[in-house]
Design a binder for this molecule. Structure first.
Ligand SMILES: [Zn+2]
Length: 452
């Protein structure tokens, strides 16, 4: 691959409180080789004549954004679940109806369109929390990892990286009720058989890696959580788990195990710096201490948590406890990491009736480097020499962003303001358009296929 050179009007460099003007960025073989501010950095100079070969990036250039929690097929539910009242559990029935319709071919088409929508929004890497493993009735496909392969191929075609978080999903409730109905497609019997299937999958392409997931304490019996955690540890792979999204999960866990879900995970050696707890909306103070002391990451998914009426996770208390925060669009009610990031701050304001809990730099970190790290891509998410050459440029001249100082981008911009996305040195989005995928048309076709 040849060298590429960009000149960013503004770029947000690592560990800076605000963006820097006039930054020269060069990449070769998918890695940054130069990230250098050209001037004093206060304001962009008008024309840096010597750099005639550099691609100009007007606006603010950010590192690649990581969507650390996705269920790609949930995108088919957007706008379809608001006809009546209900809660997480009634929504879940509608979600199962879509799951029932998917096979490896239709999932490839749907996930390709969803991941391309993510690319348009500046996402350079997705964590796919994947539990729809088997065919109807739980019958394995000829290739038992055909669904994982479809997801990896979808990400390749959409031009982004993926971590397939292969989820163990073994029971229907904390007290061990067996899977039934659509859930049969998720199950592998026990954690050992889950691990054998997951270990047999080697993703094609350097854009993909595999991690593990405990779906939740509802779906993996306590004594088998350690088996999944060990599987991940032995492979140095990330481990993700849905945690305390609903108070009902906490209540059931206390009733059956006499402790919170977080405590159960800690006792089963499932917490640590390579573990990500998704949601953690309803933790106790003790839970926050366990998560913080073990350096477990939390992935907040505020637009899904609001959509499903889950509640507001205590983001500032998490950060103060030493918990690294990352972000995910989860059910894809919205695919916009700017919206997820500002929700972290704005939800905290609603709860506390005070402003100013997170800086823009903290929100950027959650949306970029923290998410990449949580997905096992520890060399991505920073505009720095040696890092993977991912960049995302946001225009500052749209109706939403005109007049906004670059430092305020997370309080103004949306996914539609992303103009350029580069992943591992390859341009995936230019002038706000995906170079390979007609995203609206493919989304409409793929969703029509599974909902008609
Ligand atoms: Zn989820």
């Amino acid at each position: 691959m040849t060298a590429t050179r960009w000149l960013a009007e503004y770029a947000w460099l690592p560990d800076r409180d605000e963006p820097t003007a006039d930054v020269l960025i060069e990449a070769e073989d998918g890695r940054f080789t130069t990230v250098t501010p050209l001037a004093g950095g206060d304001a962009p100079t008008t024309g840096v004549e010597v750099l005639t070969d550099a691609i100009r990036l007007p606006g603010l250039t950010l590192p690649g954004l990581a969507n650390a929690h996705s269920h790609a097929f949930h995108r088919a539910l957007r706008g379809r679940t608001h006809g009546g009242r209900g809660d997480f559990w009634t929504w879940r029935e509608q979600m199962y109806a879509v799951a029932e319709r998917l096979d490896p071919d239709s999932y490839l088409a749907l996930a390709r369109a969803v991941y391309a929508e993510m690319a348009l929004a500046g996402v350079t890497c997705v964590g796919e929390f994947h539990y729809l493993h088997h065919g109807p009735g739980g019958k394995p496909y000829d290739d038992p990892n055909a669904m994982s392969a479809a997801l990896v191929e979808a990400a390749a075609q959409a031009g982004i990286r993926i971590t397939v978080l292969d989820a163990a999903y073994l029971t229907a409730s904390v007290d061990g009720r067996p899977l039934a109905g659509t859930q049969l497609r998720f199950g592998d019997g026990d954690a050992v058989r889950w691990g054998e299937r997951a270990a047999a999958f080697t993703p094609a392409g350097g854009h993909a890696r595999v991690g593990a997931a405990v779906h939740s304490v509802r779906a993996v019996p306590a004594e088998q959580i350690s088996t999944v955690a060990r599987w991940a540890r032995e492979r140095d792979a990330p481990l993700h788990v849905h945690l305390s999204e609903q108070p009902a999960e906490n209540d059931a866990c206390r009733a059956v195990h006499g402790c919170t879900p977080t405590r159960l995970l800690a006792d089963r050696e499932a917490l640590g710096a390579t573990t990500t707890a998704v949601h953690a909306t309803h933790p106790t103070s003790g839970d926050l201490t366990l998560l913080g002391d073990s350096r477990t990451v939390v992935c907040l998914c505020p637009t899904t948590e609001r959509d499903l009426a889950d509640g507001i996770g205590p983001a500032r208390r998490m950060a103060d406890a030493g918990i690294p925060l990352s972000l995910g669009s989860d059910s894809h009610a919205v695919v916009d990491l700017f919206e997820e990031a500002r929700a972290v701050e704005l939800d905290e304001r609603l709860r506390t009736r005070r402003r100013g809990h997170f800086t823009g730099a903290e929100l950027l970190k959650a949306a970029s480097v923290a998410g990449h790290t949580a997905l096992g891509w520890t060399d991505a998410g920073r505009l720095a020499v040696g890092a993977r050459a991912d960049l995302v440029t946001v225009r500052l001249d749209s109706a939403r962003t005109a007049g906004v100082p670059p430092v305020g981008v997370f309080f103004a911009a949306g996914a539609a303001d992303v103009t350029t996305v580069v992943v591992d040195g390859r341009t995936v989005v230019a002038d706000g358009r995906h170079r390979a995928v007609d995203v609206p048309a493919e989304l409409a076709a793929a969703i029509g296929e599974v909902t008609s």
